[in-house]
Design a protein around this ligand. Structure first.
Ligand code: PLP
Length: 360
């Protein structure tokens, strides 16, 4: 089947097969990764290699720490303000979709966030021009969601914080490792693994080291980046198996030639799908402004909306799964993360043309 789910999402078949082959007995040690101590030499080698491979993939500078945490990106919505500012500090949020909005709302409990731009009135189909952003020059950080999974809008470039002492913070959950990123532009990058790099259960945080160590007094131990960094993400029992799976995916991405090659493939897939939508004479529509359309999540609707349920049902019969749009926006959504092969997108496009021919 081709699985177009937004997350948890499809993983590379070769990675799953490798995990299967190592399931009972990891590299001859007699234990499954699920059964080994997180402090033993076997697991330490797994987490250290995962980190080293991620550093190589994203060319993460040495002055950044990499943390493997729990609680999903949603937990980071709270951890960020708790670690990066005090209760009375202003911070800026650009809200380009539901996830940015959730991050903003959570931050309200821990600091003084301000929405400096919202795409809500235009149904989250745009990214603002950076010149027009009225940033607070005192803001401790500027938060963006690099790719809005539900609405399919993606930053193609990144704004610079106006405060010279402020930092850019990005939720990259749904486009993490889908293309090269200049990590040095960011104070913090965070991402739940379950779209591009692994199963749900692990959240990756990449943070400039000088930002660590200023957590508010009320910060729970588990959310304190200092505790996590000092303990190499092993303060308590980490999501060992998820970290192992991410490590296999990182290896696979390196084997593919790194993120430049991965981006080329992702661009090609997205181009084919958006072209098919745009060439359908309005039968299919993608509401997102063309210049900021996501390479990862492609939302679309049918002009004859009454046919959407049939579209999804018939696609499933043809082994194209989980194409239903998010419950908050309806329509369809094809998530075409790294692990979606070109053949999956080609099959979907062929189905779309056929469906149109039968229903136009
Ligand atoms: N941010 C983005 C962009 C997402 O797509 C999601 C989940 O889909 C989240 C945050 C929340 O992630 P989690 O469910 O890991 O908390």
């Amino acid at each position: 089947v081709f699985n177009f789910a937004a997350g948890p999402a499809t993983l590379p078949e070769n990675v799953l097969l490798r995990a299967q082959s190592e399931l009972y007995n990891w590299r001859g040690c007699g234990m499954s990764v699920m059964e080994m101590s997180h402090r033993g030499k076997e697991f330490l080698s797994i987490i250290q290699k995962a980190e080293a491979d991620l550093r190589a993939l994203l060319e993460i500078p040495p002055e950044y720490a990499v943390l493997f945490l729990q609680g999903g990106a949603t937990t980071q919505f709270a951890a960020l303000p708790l670690n990066l500012c005090n209760q009375d500090d202003p911070v800026d949020y650009v809200v380009t979709g539901s996830w940015g909005d959730k991050a903003f709302k959570e931050a309200q409990k821990y600091c003084k966030p301000n929405v400096i731009w919202s795409g809500k009135s235009e149904k989250y189909t745009k990214i603002p021009s950076f010149d027009g952003l009225e940033q607070n020059p005192q803001a401790r950080y500027l938060h963006i969601c690099a790719n809005e999974t539900i609405h399919g809008v993606e930053f193609k470039d990144y704004p610079t914080p106006k405060n010279p002492n402020g930092v850019l913070v990005a939720d990259m959950s749904s486009n993490f490792c889908s293309k090269p990123v200049d990590v040095s532009k960011f104070g913090v990058i965070y991402a739940g693994a379950q779209k591009n790099v692994g199963p749900s259960g692990v959240t990756i945080v990449i943070i400039r080291k000088d930002l660590i160590g200023n957590a508010q007094d009320v910060t729970p131990l588990m959310l304190d980046y200092k505790i996590q960094a000092e303990n190499n993400s092993l303060y308590n029992t980490p999501p060992c198996y998820c970290i192992y799976m991410c490590g296999l995916v990182f290896e696979d991405l390196l084997d593919q030639g790194g993120l430049k090659e991965v981006e080329k493939k992702n661009k090609k897939k997205a181009e084919i799908l958006y072209n098919a939508i745009d060439a359908s004479n309005g039968f299919y529509r993608c509401p997102v402004e063309k210049s900021v359309r996501s390479l990862m999540n492609v939302p679309f609707t049918l002009e004859k909306s009454e046919l959407e349920a049939d579209f999804i049902k018939e696609a499933a019969k043809e082994k194209m799964l989980q194409l239903k749009g998010h419950r908050s926006v309806g329509g369809m959504r094809a998530s075409i993360y790294n692990a979606m092969p070109l053949a999956g997108v080609e099959t979907l496009v062929a189905f779309m043309k056929d469906f149109q021919a039968r229903h136009a």
